[in-house]
Design a binder for this molecule. Structure first.
Ligand code: BGC
Length: 830
């Protein structure tokens, strides 16, 4: 296809129309010239399709942090391939993933969606994921470029980061993946980097192109902040449509006053056309209907991958695996009947299957083990939205919603299933009002709980009595949007069988904090939640303790539900929810049962005040739709765990170096990346007393030994920029299993002047071994791992001096070290 000639045949209006989406998920077609529309889908751990909630079901793959814990490049490529198949079932040709921002702080709401605290690990796995997708003709979207390491004020926060930390840490996964996998799309981040919004950040986009990027640069949803600066910096596509900034009138004005040249416009348009060509859209222009295809192959892959990512953190006296023939009863406590397969926000997937640990256990043991369930603790963030025993104005289940625009047209009553609404009016000037009415007939008499959250200007009446009121703009629209706004809670006495008239009156509010123009419009949003007194205040703990006491083994399932780890908000602490209730459940269980096993499903580290008292701990992350099977496969020993931590687990949040600088100064809207390059283990290597579990750590049901490590040659120069490291690995136990050999590199002497981490991951390899089998594992160390970013030279620099290679099975379990020499310092360009 001759793209340049196609562009030359387009009118100015046609070109401008291609700069923004046609709607939420598709690009704009130009019928006259046969230019098709292309659909995109979130990403990254499934292809969700067009609906944020509900909609067609999709395969839910393990979250990226779980994939990172496998340290398995081949698996990442297989998942990429399967995701390509999934993307097609949703009529899309581009997946909005992978997310490669770093785990800067354990409280990051979206950490689960990205890989690791280490840029090399993130870059290597993202590379394979992208190759897997794109080999099938589906475009990958690497995101969010750059420095989107937090959710708090993500539209307006300015990440202040040194050039060196940018290059060595925050841009590094992008650099590795762009150079090795050539993603077809990059999505910019909402935030600013060193004073400039990412979408108009010419410096960042120039760096991207310097790596050879020749794809399309797409904004995050609503994240275009300017017209000419963004077009000139190289932001090709504003999403979603209709446009906020790349509108015909605004772009025409920028062309007319000379702020943007037609050549620049052509370059932006060419990028989109290239993407259409790469994804085969010219040949198959139709966008098929969304389908739900629950394939057996994907189920198997997800189950295997989920299990492979599980990290065995503690296993006292071989408490795991649970011996089916020796155990008669198992207590399954906490979240055993919850599906914790994914995190929240745009990565949330309406999973084909939602396998809970309880049902997986039942399926695996049949009648051979007695299973006893007790919930033991509640960990919900907000109460559930009032949805039962509600009657709308017509007498049908649900509620009635009326909406008025300023133009005073009642759009007519619409049906709502639950006492919840959220909408944004199209016009900035078009103030909106809404009422929701319903009759609630409780089934139990009592002092039940009601909860209320809103974006502002809302009053809730029960039988004409105001029960909740919030006037003005509520400070956090994003949290509301993702269903996690702070809830005001109170008790209300209800009599069973009586009718209670509920009326919600809302006037539009304005988003005062996000800074995102879409939400500067008039918005109405409210939520009424409900829980019976018994459900809310019942003593769950005693029952769980009794159940644990009378069982041979007690497994306590804990973690973060999607409302605790989600887009739009960061967590306040590193503690399990809620108010210590899950921690109390574990401690109380361990006090009565010496065989207490903790299974933690979070995307981030947690504090473990009970660690000493329990026998075993599994970190499962969010393993996808087969979550329960993956976990039970490991608990029962069907799978020998081989996962390794892609993030350090600090003892407490205060041990993280980012602690005082996360989420930053919210008055000034700045976050200082003051820890500079000392992220994760790069910091903890200097302060090991703050570590609960180190980066790269994970146990197995078997044991391994490393020996005979060699490094050839023991010199590095710009002519001989790589070293072959090799080591023998022996499975010294009696079970087949996997080990991850990790190679780190760092300066060995102080002749290297720059303040550098003690060591940094330079290579890794995963190996599967039968009992007593030995294999030699080769790992190539390149000059990239000896280099740091020299701000003076604007280049990578390797100082002369002695360097050390650390070969181990975690960042702390170093089995051997080898030295090499750089005789003369040298530098090289990215
Ligand atoms: C997220 C993106 C996502 C987009 C579309 C944004 O809020 O930051 O990662 O792809 O929404 O859902």
């Amino acid at each position: 296809m001759d793209i340049k000639s196609l562009v030359s045949r387009m009118t100015l209006e046609e070109k401008i129309s291609l700069l923004s989406g046609a709607d939420f998920w598709t690009t704009t077609p130009v019928q006259r010239l046969g230019i098709p529309a292309l659909k995109v889908s979130d990403g990254p751990n499934g292809a969700r399709g067009a609906n944020f909630r509900g909609g067609m079901t999709s395969a839910c793959f393990p979250a990226s942090v779980s994939l990172a814990a496998t340290f398995d490049r081949d698996l990442a490529a297989r998942i990429g391939k399967a995701l390509a198949e999934e993307t097609l079932t949703k009529g899309a040709n581009v997946l909005l993933g992978p997310t490669v921002c770093l785990h800067r702080d354990p409280r990051g709401g979206r950490n689960f969606e990205s890989f690791s605290e280490d840029p090399y690990l993130a870059g290597e796995l993202a590379t394979q994921y992208i190759l897997g997708l794109q080999r099938e003709g589906i475009g990958a979207t690497i995101k969010h470029y750059a420095c989107n390491e937090q959710e708090t004020r993500r539209f307006t926060i300015d990440a202040r980061v040194s050039e060196r930390a940018l290059r060595e840490i925050y841009l590094k996964p992008f650099e590795i993946a762009v150079k090795n996998a050539h993603p077809w799309v990059v999505m910019t981040s909402f935030n600013l980097v060193n004073g400039e919004h990412s979408d108009s950040n010419k410096q960042l986009l120039d760096i991207l192109r310097s790596w050879g990027f020749d794809g399309l640069v797409m904004s995050d949803w609503g994240g275009v902040n300017s017209v000419a600066p963004s077009l000139n910096a190289g932001l090709d596509l504003e999403m979603p449509g209709p446009p906020n900034k790349y509108s015909p009138s605004m772009v025409l004005a920028a062309l007319e006053n000379g702020e943007v040249s037609e050549n620049t416009l052509n370059a932006r348009v060419e990028a989109l056309l290239r993407l259409l060509e790469r994804t085969g859209k010219f040949a198959s222009p139709e966008i098929p209907e969304e389908r739900a295809v629950d394939s057996p192959e994907h189920r198997t892959l997800i189950r295997q991958a989920g299990a492979e990512g599980i990290v065995l953190l503690k296993n006292k006296n071989g408490a795991l695996p649970i011996q089916k023939d020796r155990v008669k009863s198992v207590a399954l406590l906490g979240f055993s009947k919850e599906y914790l397969g994914h995190g929240g926000g745009s990565a949330q997937v309406n999973s084909h299957r939602r396998i809970t640990p309880y049902e997986a256990f039942e399926a695996a043991v049949g009648d051979s083990i007695e299973l006893r369930y007790a919930q033991g603790a509640k960990a919900m963030r907000n109460l559930p939205v009032l949805s039962s025993n509600l009657m709308d104005d017509e007498g049908n289940p649900g509620a009635t919603l009326h909406v008025w625009r300023m133009s005073d047209i009642d759009e007519g009553g619409t049906k709502a299933n639950v006492a919840e609404a959220f909408f944004v009016s199209n016009e900035k000037s078009d103030a909106t009002a809404a009422t929701m009415t319903a009759t609630f007939i409780p089934t139990i008499t009592g002092n039940h709980y009601l909860g209320f959250s809103t974006v502002g200007n809302t009053t809730i009446f029960i039988n004409d009595e105001p029960v909740f009121r919030y006037e003005g703009n509520y400070p956090d629209v994003m949290a509301f949007l993702f269903g996690v706004a702070t809830e005001e809670k109170k008790q209300y006495y209800f009599i069973a069988g009586q009718e209670y008239r509920i009326r919600i009156e809302a006037k539009s509010a304005q988003d005062t904090t996000s800074g995102l123009e879409t939400y500067a419009l008039n918005i109405v949003g409210f939520m009424l939640t409900f829980m019976t007194e018994r459900e809310h205040d019942g003593d769950l703990l005693s029952e769980a303790v009794e159940t644990a006491q009378s069982s041979d083994v007690a497994v306590v399932f804990v973690g973060n539900t999607p409302s605790w780890e989600t887009e739009g908000v960061d967590r306040e602490s590193m503690d399990l929810p809620r108010d210590g209730s899950l921690d109390r459940l574990i401690a109380a269980t361990a006090a009565v049962n010496p065989n207490t096993i903790v299974v933690n499903s979070t995307g981030t580290p947690i504090t473990m005040p009970w660690l000493e008292s329990v026998s075993a701990v599994l970190q499962t992350w969010f393993p996808g739709q087969e979550a329960g099977h993956a976990i039970v496969d490991v608990l029962l020993g069907k799978v020998n765990p081989g996962g390794k931590l892609p993030v350090t687990f600090p003892k407490s949040i205060a041990d993280a170096l980012s602690y005082g600088n996360f989420p930053g100064n919210l008055d000034e809207l700045k976050v200082e990346y003051a820890e500079d390059v000392f992220i994760g283990y790069r910091h903890f290597d200097r302060r090991p007393e703050g570590v609960q579990f180190p980066f790269g750590f994970g146990l197995s049901y078997t044991t391994f030994e490393l020996h005979n490590a060699t490094a050839v040659p023991d010199l590095m120069s710009d002519n001989h920029g790589s070293i072959d490291v090799a080591v023998d690995v022996t499975n010294t136990g009696s079970l087949a299993g996997s080990e991850v050999v990790q190679v780190y590199v760092g300066p060995a002497t102080s002749s290297v002047l720059v303040n550098r981490p003690i060591k940094e991951l330079a290579g890794f390899a995963k190996i599967w071994l039968e009992p007593h089998e030995t294999r030699r594992v080769p790992i190539l160390v390149t000059m990239d791992s000896a280099a740091y970013w020299s701000e003076a030279l604007s280049a990578w620099a390797v100082d002369a001096g002695a360097y050390r290679i650390y070969v181990g099975t975690s960042s702390v379990d170093i089995k051997c070290t080898l030295d090499f020499e750089v005789a003369g310092g040298f530098s090289f360009l990215p």
